[in-house]
Design a protein around this ligand. Structure first.
Ligand code: HEM
Length: 542
């Protein structure tokens, strides 16, 4: 009879029979344990009644495969599952996805309902002590309450001169490029603009990207490389915990491009703990010390305000505030910039739409010098410009992933309108919804892939279904700022480069196609095809 060591030929021969027996029993126990878990999840668990693929319900490896291994492809798989199983599906053992706009206000509820984020999103955000990454409802509420006033519509209105400043910088770069005939990367220009704006508002540091010839492109490149690790952080939370504790020199040796990022940050801006955290902490400390560099009573910065707020002292810790700063800088840059790039592409590739927009701008503000730096109060009421922006937000939600919420103290019930079947979603269930899927539902948006602003004029109620900024108590904090940037920059640019009577100055696309703006993967804000440099233009005309 062959011995056990011979049977298991791949095991080292020195493993004795009793040891082998222990290993075998352990392996058997693990298999039995996981089999029981899978059976429970599929047939007895509180979500076993939710339709969907068995594999997705059985193990998170399924979601991980599409999110992480396939590089942000789960959105499209989820879309296929909805087509097969209906508006409510189970996409992971603990997660249910709903694709029904009538249910957004329930899942993403407003005040009076406790709502938390799913743990996977918190992991992706590095579990930092910031409002955006705070799971607990009450702690999130107090952290957000301290920041909220800075993003109220009245306070954002006061930033109008700053938006005009960055608009002036964009125009200047375009005018210079016109002289040389060089193409201009609008996506990079928009990033520089949105970044400088929020950085100035946060710390009062003036122009950072526009003061550099390269518009700080290496910084954005390093940010891009960092975002590529988003799903890894979601599924392996230890990753960000370790990286956040590594000395900067080690991080630089692992990802050399980060060096650019660090030196730029050390020179002027904080970004995140593991990249140049000390610089952020120093700036907060300077504000605390009331350094004149940072105190400007005329135009208080966010971090001045936070330090003077009624937040408990523990919440004013320099390291925590530096984390909060890094969130504002990252959330406030690519999001608006990517949407601006996509809208610019659609306008320049649709002469009919562009012409209609130009006419509206010229009719509303006949004086060209005023039109180049339009007042937000004048342009936000323009119906066609509003529709242009809404249609851009619909087709290109800057945060392209599914947004998760948990109702920790409330059992919810979803009714499928097609058959009135009800599904109980017990408290604690991770519920997610996705702006990309909601905004491309054929019955609401016929021919959904087409960029057609008129749909928002024909049916103004569509705007109520805009889920691009999320909803409820955790709705995007920077929404007013993002709108102001989009209205003023688009109106100013297309009011300035208006083509005159056919021969005047105008922007034309340069080696850019729809692939340079189309969402093809979900890596939070990085969602266009790999290798694309964004939207490029040349300036033509007299
Ligand atoms: C077109 C531009 C933008 C879009 C589409 C957008 C979208 C979103 C979305 C969908 C969320 C919710 C994420 C979630 O719950 O998982 C969010 C949150 C947030 N956004 Fe934006 N955003 C934009 C611009 C901005 C800007 C300019 C800022 C300014 C700093 C900003 C700051 C924030 C912050 C701080 C949060 C966290 C809010 C909280 O958790 O309470 N966003 N954004």
């Amino acid at each position: 009879m062959p011995s056990e060591t011979q049977i298991v030929g791949i095991l080292p021969t020195q493993i004795s029979s009793p040891q082998l027996l222990i290993w075998r029993n352990l392996a058997a126990l693990v298999i039995i344990y996981y089999t029981c878990i899978v059976i429970y999840r599929l047939y007895f668990g509180p979500l076993s009644h939710i339709p969907g693929r068995k594999l997705a319900a059985a193990t998170s490896l399924y979601a991980m495969y599409h999110d992480l291994i396939r590089g942000g492809q789960y959105n499209w798989e989820i879309e296929k599952m909805h087509q097969q199983y209906g508006p409510i599906i189970r996409i992971a053992p603990e997660e249910v996805h709903i694709n029904d706009p009538s249910f957004t206000d329930i899942v993403f509820a407003g005040p009076g309902h406790r709502r938390e984020k799913g743990q996977r999103t918190i992991n992706g955000l590095g579990s930092s002590p910031t409002a955006i990454a705070t799971r607990d409802h009450d702690l999130h509420k107090s952290r957000r309450a301290a920041l909220n006033p800075f993003f109220s519509s009245a306070n954002i209105r006061r930033l109008e001169p700053m938006v005009h400043d960055v608009l002036g910088q964009i125009t200047q770069r375009l005018e210079t490029a016109k002289k040389t005939g060089e193409p201009v990367n609008m996506s990079l220009l928009y990033r520089a603009a949105t970044h400088d704006l929020i950085a100035d508002y946060a710390f009062g540091q003036g122009s950072v990207c526009f003061s550099r010839e390269d518009l700080n492109q290496p910084y954005f490149q390093a940010y891009h490389e960092m975002v590529l690790t988003w799903h890894f952080g979601c599924y392996f939370p230890w990753f960000s915990h370790i990286v956040r504790r590594l000395p900067t020199s080690i991080v630089i040796s692992m990802v050399p491009s980060v060096k650019q990022f660090v030196s730029m940050i050390q020179a002027c801006l904080p970004f995140s703990r593991f990249l140049a955290f000390f610089s952020a902490v120093q700036k907060i400390d300077k504000i605390k010390a009331n350094s004149s560099e940072y105190s400007d009573a005329e135009r208080p910065t966010i971090f001045h305000g936070l330090l003077q707020s009624s937040l408990p002292e523990s919440e004013k810790d320099s390291t925590r505030l530096a984390e909060e700063a890094s969130v504002l800088l990252s959330a406030g840059t690519d999001s608006s910039a990517n949407t601006l790039s996509a809208i610019t592409y659609h306008l320049l590739s649709n002469p009919r739409i562009l012409q209609k927009l130009r006419k509206e701008l010229i009719d509303a503000i006949p004086d060209k010098s005023e039109r180049q730096f339009p007042r937000i109060s004048k342009v936000e009421a323009l119906p066609y410009l509003s529709a242009v922006i809404q249609e851009g937000l619909r087709l290109h939600p800057a945060v392209s992933g599914r947004q998760q919420r948990v109702a920790p103290t409330e059992d919810l019930t979803y009714t499928d309108p097609s058959n009135n079947k009800t599904y109980k979603l017990p408290r604690g269930t991770v519920m997610s919804m996705n702006p990309m899927l909601l905004s491309r539902r054929k019955e609401m948006y016929p021919n959904p892939g087409e960029y057609r602003p008129e749909r928002f004029i024909e049916n103004p109620k569509l705007r109520n279904f805009n889920f691009t900024f999320s909803k409820g108590t955790r709705v995007c904090m920077g929404m007013n700022l993002a709108y102001q940037e989009m209205y003023v920059i688009l109106a100013g640019l297309f009011g300035r480069f208006d083509g005159g009577d056919g021969q005047g100055e105008r922007l034309e696309l340069y080696e850019t196609d729809r692939g340079d703006v189309e969402i093809v993967r979900d890596l939070v804000t990085e969602n266009i095809r790999n290798g694309s440099v964004g939207v490029r233009v040349v300036v033509k005309g007299q």
